[in-house]
Design a protein. Structure first.
Length: 317
């Protein structure tokens, strides 16, 4: 199934997917004119102008913003057109199996969770470099969750709750054990600061100082079910633009917007009516039955700032 990997700017998303069990090429997709899949425009006519978002006074609840215009459900093929397909180079050491793409100034940054590798491709899909393998040492991973380019370094977070800094020139320059949270996504604020979005959502967001390898602040605990059976289907995703953090939660139809001080400044409701039932049916516990149950409801996979006034939410229905 196609999966949103990153926003490329106004009107474009990068999407990757898995077809036939093998990781397919990254695809560049464009939003068709006038149609955004589960997209929401922050209407300047609401109680908070987008151009001047600021933290509310402490005694006010962050307002709920509504989509400007109708949110329509359409088939993927009707909402997007493929601009071009980019076959990704492979060789004896590189095989694209389970890929996740991140924006990169030099091309396409790929995290392969099954091959335990991070790779950089140029815009035509030619392999520039790769690193990583399975293991516990520096530059080795259990399951690399995601990677992002931050200044001269590539930052990788894996399932062992470790943050690795690597550079093409120096190799591994640092490995840090993160506090007790599992990271689902990374967004760069500056060359020295990251926003980490956790899977447990307790806390949901962490401002991480990359220069000093330390947490500066953690905040945001969205209302999610406490039933542990939800854990495999609950995660967060964040996107940063102009010092505003947009966060989606997989089993919530509300998008949250925070400033860099950790204050919630707005909520945006998508109006999704078929989210997972708040209480899983009795008898669940076997992976197959859990997966079948999860497939009965909609889930918010990710949300991105498309530009300063528009967000796009990617919903699995």
């Amino acid at each position: 199934m196609p999966w949103p990997c990153s926003s490329l700017g106004p009107g474009e998303l990068r999407v990757c997917g898995e077809f036939g069990g093998k990781g397919y090429s990254a695809e560049l997709l464009a939003v068709l004119s006038g149609l955004i899949l589960a997209g929401c425009v922050l209407d300047a006519g609401t109680s908070i102008p987008v151009s001047g978002l600021s933290a509310p006074t402490p005694d006010l609840t962050p307002p709920i913003l509504r989509p400007a215009g109708e949110v329509v459900e359409v088939a993927f093929e009707e909402a997007f057109e493929v601009l071009r397909r980019i076959p990704l180079e492979e060789n004896a050491e590189v095989l694209n199996v389970s890929i996740f793409a991140s924006p990169d100034p030099d091309g396409i940054l790929i995290t392969d969770r099954l091959e335990k590798q991070v790779r950089l491709y140029d815009p035509e899909g030619r392999l520039i470099w790769h690193f990583g393998r399975e293991g516990d040492g520096p530059g080795e991973f259990s399951t690399p969750r995601t990677a992002i380019r931050v200044g001269e370094h590539v930052v990788v977070v894996d399932s062992r709750r470790r943050l690795t800094k690597w550079s093409p020139r120096d190799g591994v320059v640092g490995v840090v054990n993160l506090p007790a949270y599992d990271v689902a996504s990374i967004s760069a604020v500056t060359d020295t600061h990251l926003v980490l979005t956790t899977r447990s959502l307790r806390p949901g967001l962490v401002l991480w100082n990359l220069a000093d390898d330390r947490e500066e602040m953690s905040f945001f605990e969205p209302p999610v079910p406490s039933d542990p059976r939800y854990a495999s289907f609950t995660w967060g995703h964040s996107s940063v633009m102009e010092e505003r953090i947009l966060t989606s939660v997989s089993i919530s139809d509300t998008l949250y917007i925070h400033d860099m001080q950790g204050d919630m400044i707005a909520r945006l409701q998508l109006g999704i009516g078929n989210l997972l039932h708040p209480v899983p049916p009795e008898g669940l516990g076997v992976t197959v039955r859990m997966t079948e149950w999860a497939s009965t409801g909609d889930m918010v996979l990710a949300a991105f700032w498309q530009d300063a006034d528009t967000v796009v939410a990617w919903v699995r229905t």
